[in-house]
Structures are given as C-alpha cells and as structure tokens.
Design a protein around this ligand. Sequence first.
Ligand code: GDP
Ligand code: MG
Length: 439
Amino acid sequence: LGSSLRGSLDKLQGKSRLDEDDVDEIVREIQRSLLSADVDVSLVMDLSSSIEDRALHEEPPGGTSARDHVLKIVYEELVDLIGESTDIPLEPQTILLAGLQGSGKTTTAAKMAWWFSTKGLRPAVIQTDTFRPGAYDQAKQMCEEAEVEFYGDPDEEDPVKIAREGMEATEDADIHIVDTAGRHALEEALIDEIEEIERQVNPDRSMLVLDAAIGQGAKDQAREFDDSIGIDGVVITKLDGTAKGGGALTAVNETDSSIGFLGTGETVQDIERFEPNGFISRLLGMGDLKQLSERVERAMQETQEGEDDWDPEDIMKGSFTLKDMQKQMEAMNKMGPLDQVLDMIPGLGGGFKDELPDDAMDVTQDRMRSFDVIMDSMTEEELENPRIVGASRVRRIARGSGKGEELVQELLEQHKMMERTIKQFQGMGDGDMQRMMKK
Ligand code: GDP
Ligand code: MG
C-alpha cells in the first residue's frame, strides 16, 4: 500500500502545480493506507478533506515541487491529528495505568520505570492487580529486570489498600507508577475499582494502555476510562508486531489527549517515547516522511544556490554548451543521476524521462572524471561551441588530455544527445507538455 502512495507521489515529480485528479489520487491512496492501519473512518475523512483543500488552494513556496508540497501538507495534517508526544516532565510524579487485560499495562509499568531510571530519576512500580493470578510475580520479576523498586502484596485482596500502602512504602521514590488490574471487557467492577485507586493515589497523569491491534474498539474504551479517571496520554504496545496502531488515534481523539510512549517488544528496554514522524511514516507505510521532505527541499536549495549560480532551469533556455554539461555533471555528483536532477525542474513531467534514450542517463562516475579531464584540454571557444571541434581538434584534445580520441568523440556524442533532448523540450508548446505529463 505504501508503495502505491509512493507511486502516486512519484508521478508528481517535476510538476510544479497539482490538478484535481492528482490530489484525488493522492488522497485516495492516503485513505487506503490509513484505513488499513485501523484509523477510524471519520478521522480519515476529516483528514482527507483538509489535505485536499490545502493541496488545491495553497500556493507551493517558490521553487518547491508539487510533490514536495503535497508531502509537507500530508505530514503537517497528520501531525496535527496525532499531535506531539504527551508532555512527561522529568520530575517527581505519580502515573496511573489503565487498560483492558492483556493490553500490556504491567509490562509498560516496568518499561516506563526503566525509562525514568535512565533519566536519573528514582522510580517505583506499585502493583494493585489482585484479580489476575500471577500478576504479582510477573510485575516483581519485570521490575527486577528493570532494576527498579517494586511494591506488591500477594496476600492482600483489596487493591485500594495495596495502592495506599504502596505509596507509603515507596515514598522515597521520585516516580510512582501504579499498575492496575484489567478485565476482558469493560465491566462496572473494573471501572469502580480504578476510580477508587485513582482517588487514593491522586495521579499527576493517567495513561491508557492500548494494544496496537485494538482497531475500532479503542473508542468505547477510551470513552469509559476518560469518563471515570480522565485520560492524559496513551501508550501503544506491541508495535513490534504487524499492527500499526491506527486505532489508538481514535482514543487520542476521543480523550483529547496524546500519545506518550510506544512499546516495541517484550523486554523492559523495549520502550520509546512517542515521536510523530516515525509513527506517521509507519502508518502510511512509507519511509521517513519528514526526512524525505527535508531532503528534497535541501537538494533543491543546493541546486539553486550552487557555487556557480547554476540553475537547472537555465538549461531550458538558450543553448546547451559543454560548460552546461560540465556543470550538470558536477551537480549530478552532488545530487544524484540526471533523471533525478531533471525531476527537480518545475514543469518537467515524469513521463518525459521515459522519452529519453537510456544512454542519456548513463554518465558513470568514471566517464564523468574522464570527461572533466578532456574538457580541461579544450579552449573556451570549443567549450562554448562544441560544433567547431573537428577531427584535428579531436586529435589535439586527445593528446593534451592523455585520453583517447574515442573518448573525446564520446564526450561530444554525449553532449549532442543531451542537447537534442533539451532542444526537443524547449520546442514544445504547453499542449505537448501536458500530453507528455499525462503519459
Ligand atoms: P496487562 O494484562 O495489561 O498487564 O498486560 P501484560 O503487561 O501482562 O502484557 C500482556 C502480554 O503482552 C505479555 O505476554 C507481554 O509480554 C506482552 N507485551 C506487552 N507489551 C508488549 C510489546 O510491546 N511487544 C510485545 N511483543 N509484547 C508485549
Ligand atoms: Mg497486568
């Protein structure tokens, strides 16, 4: 799916403006990716209309390609929806964990404690789950692995009492993480219990722990827990599996909160602070979106601010000399192959590349270096007007550069081929250009 979104974006390469069909296609691909990542339908629809609106009505900043522009809009709108990471100050605090049984609360409690310990704070985990057999042993063992303080009482049946005694017993700790019991479904008993624990420990933050595979069930859970204890942040667990955690966005939206942590494995160190970029890239099934968009932008700036003030758009005007070719080759060294350089020229459709002979793109590093040496043996006049280079001049240049006559001929051929391609382009009217882009 990600590859078809990428495909649609790639079709925009070289375009400086988007039409409605382009935007339609991109938006459809984004919808498909998000829906398959379990993002709620109504969220997807809201998002689509914002992206559509902006992509069609906002003017791309000067020199920005349509692809770059739409990528940035998609990224910004998703960041807007998902939000920044839940603010977790590195100071003494109490955090209460809520969630259904098996969502990963106990594992997350130990992981978060480990995380705080790496920040130089002193955490303690308080286990109040008296419902699930083995809950005490599991939590105790994980806290040993995390090398953090632990409190629990396997003989006590009242979770509220454990919570109270646990807070007292660990009063020297900076961070109190209170783990709670889950149930298979939302039951009144569970809600009552967590409300009482919440009143007892008076947490600074209550976090909802959700399995990445949660899907649409996230909505009811988020609603219930938010109504009873107030949810300040979400933790998505099991992101090391295939599920992408899109359902958690529903919970974020429903509770008007944000995502704080991600669980990415079974050991206590498999925890990450949430960071929108990586999560969005994963949702869309694309590589690092932020980096991608920044890279395109940077490449364009370098092209435009190159030492020689050489702008790839210049080759679209006037004659294409050997000097242009040399600069083009230098640019290629910096930016990648010719076809990518061409992509950065606003107005060149992706279809154009298919029209080029394969050889036109085939300027290998070795050949480029040889061509450079050859051009050093050429006069200004020859560089500006390669047509005057006949057989005797070829012989002289070959001798002067120490390269064979054949290679000099190749250089001239290469130049002719590129010149022809560019001429063909300069001669095109807008209609031809449109037709070409549609291909
Ligand atoms: P609780 O019932 O909410 O306390 O959930 P647990 O912490 O006991 O976790 C339930 C199961 O999910 C356990 O087998 C955990 O090892 C597993 N688990 C929790 N978090 C993760 C995670 O991020 N990745 C993977 N692969 N497994 C996890
Ligand atoms: Mg548990």
